[in-house]
Design a protein around this ligand. Structure first.
Ligand SMILES: O=P(O)(O)OC[C@H]1O[C@](O)(CO)[C@@H](O)[C@@H]1O
Length: 528
């Protein structure tokens, strides 16, 4: 396309939302009218399905659940007065609680005020709060946030070491919808140990956000934690950032959560319009469908040109991949759907992987996130008439152009600045784009059956470990791996047994390996 035609296409397809100061440019995606006409019936159905979802349909049939994250920012849309009141009450509870913490009315037993917030959670119970903290936390927040989002002992130590002198003034927030996920449970127990070691009363410094009646909820109540906040059955983990999961830690850090909700509500209204050109979420979903043939054939590379949006791609990775990455469609056919998401930030990535994007395997499309405002206040000139922000803006334009010239397609999302209002809007935009795309490809975007297989296998490994250790202790003499496997009636598990004992031996856990470490069959295993 020559420059004039491209400029025309840019203007024809440019979406602008005045209230949000938000632009979406899909002109560098190659769809044509023919494609759009063919897709229109599916898109019309997706709009209808989405309207039904918002009205309280069981949009997650496998789990027999409603999907209600859109009600969180517009409680009037909740399908019953009770649900509406629940949303309003939780928001008020969060605000009252946060006010009291900031004022020192709710305070730790051995310090005048809480200074730090330690958030323990994983997946949807971590990625949203992490993204928002990185994007929006003030430089000197009332409570400085730290995250434990794994069961990595060294990672836990790193955080606990960082805050060890302020543990007495640290508020611990355990987030888990199910209240039974191993990683946050392990993190919680390790943090409880750290509190005990300093003679601190964990319960007097702990709060939880979890499903009502979950194990975590019961623990928090029986131990007398300061407070618990509900996570509703109809909010999925990966769409929970604008529920208590994300709002509570955000508010504790001094972030304006009402503005986040208002931005999301505004974007929800814009993305509810059943017309492609007037609906930025539909424009995204249709672009994704086009570029990947409705089968996720191209990866989504997220390139925000703003340091504070660094974690947006990690956040989107779960939102998109856990929602869309499905073996079966809603009719039970094997479809192996999904869109792979990765990214980091520009212009940093230009010096990492943009080389491959421009010239290598063309298996992706890029999404540039552009922020118009460079910084608060004025910028010094780096070259005559040129600032650092001009460079950043120039690099974005340059990379977009260079990719296009080599037939690499891209979308550009433009926001006026990074603030609670625009971040709320971005979250809502992608939540709804995922909903629409899910309907376009006919998958249940709200369950995650594939995660269960790995969890189950891990639990079996831990059971096997207990048996292996008991056997080695009982035998009291070195044994070959094959002997262990045979005695346990687990000959098929010889490889996991080897990995278990190798891990224990590396961690002074009373197990030793003898023989050639490079030849597992030669090894004998004993107690130390
Ligand atoms: O909040 P929970 O129940 O601890 O779950 C954490 C995460 O685990 C998953 O269930 C599976 O990865 C996610 O969907 C969820 O966000």
């Amino acid at each position: 396309m020559d420059a004039a035609a491209l400029w025309q296409r840019y203007q024809d397809w440019l979406y602008y939302h005045e209230g949000l100061g938000f632009y979406l440019d899909v002109s560098r995606m190659g769809f044509d009218d023919n494609f759009l006409q063919t897709l229109q019936p599916k898109l019309d159905k997706a709009f209808k399905d989405l309207a039904a979802l918002e009205n309280g349909a069981i949009a997650n049939p496998d789990e027999n659940r409603m999907v209600g994250h859109y009600w969180l920012r517009d409680p009037d849309r909740a399908p019953s007065p009770e649900l509406k009141q629940g949303i309003i009450d939780t928001l008020e509870k969060i605000e009252t609680f946060v006010h009291k913490v900031h004022d020192g009315e709710i305070r730790p037993p051995k310090a005048p005020k809480f200074t730090d917030l330690l958030s323990i959670g994983i997946g949807g119970s971590a990625l949203g709060p992490e993204f928002v903290a990185e994007a929006l936390a003030p430089d000197f927040p009332p409570l400085a946030i730290h995250f434990i989002d794994n069961t990595d002992p060294a990672g836990i130590d790193r955080i606990l070491t960082k805050i060890r002198d302020r543990l007495a003034s640290t508020l611990v927030l355990v987030i888990s919808k199910s209240g039974g996920t191993p990683e946050p449970r392990n993190g919680m127990i390790e943090v409880q140990n750290a509190f005990a070691a300093q003679g601190l009363d964990f319960a007097k410094q702990a709060i939880a956000t979890t499903g009502v009646g979950s194990n975590l909820d019961k623990t928090a109540h029986s131990q007398g934690w300061i407070a618990t906040f509900p996570m509703e059955d109809w909010v999925g983990g990966r769409t929970s950032e604008l529920s208590a999961v994300g709002l509570l830690p955000a508010a504790l850090q001094g972030i304006d959560i009402r503005a986040m909700l208002a931005g999301a509500k505004e974007m929800d209204a814009a993305t509810r319009i059943p017309d492609l050109k007037s609906n930025p979420a539909a424009l995204l979903a249709v672009s994704w469908y086009y570029v990947g043939n409705g089968k996720g054939e191209k990866d989504m590379v997220i390139l925000p040109y703003k340091d504070s949006l660094l974690l947006f791609s990690r956040y989107l990775q779960q939102l998109v991949m856990e929602s869309l990455g499905k073996e079966k469609d809603l009719d039970g056919n094997n479809v192996y759907q999904g869109i792979a998401v990765y990214g980091n930030k520009g212009s940093t990535d230009q010096h990492a992987y943009v080389q491959q994007l421009r010239e290598g395997v063309p298996n992706f499309f890029a999404t540039f996130i552009e922020v118009l405002k460079d910084r608060e206040g004025s910028s010094p000139e780096i070259d005559p008439g040129i600032t650092s922000g001009d460079y950043l803006s120039g690099f974005l334009q340059g990379t977009r152009k260079a990719l296009y010239e080599n037939n690499r397609q891209s979308i550009t999302v433009t926001i006026p600045q990074v603030n609670p209002y625009t971040v709320g809007a971005l979250i809502a935009l992608y939540e709804r784009a995922v909903s629409i795309y899910g309907f376009l490809v006919n998958v249940n975007a709200y369950h995650q059956p594939g995660v269960e297989a790995g969890k189950k296998a891990a639990a079996e490994i831990l059971d096997l470990q207990t048996k292996v250790v008991q056997l080695i202790q009982q035998e009291g003499k070195p044994m070959y791996l094959s002997q262990i496997a045979e005695k346990l009636g687990a000959t098929e598990d010889i490889e996991p047994i080897y990995k278990i004992v190798r891990h224990l031996a590396a961690n002074d856990r009373g197990i030793a390996l003898h023989g050639n470490l490079g030849k597992p069959n030669s090894l004998t295993v004993s107690t130390t």
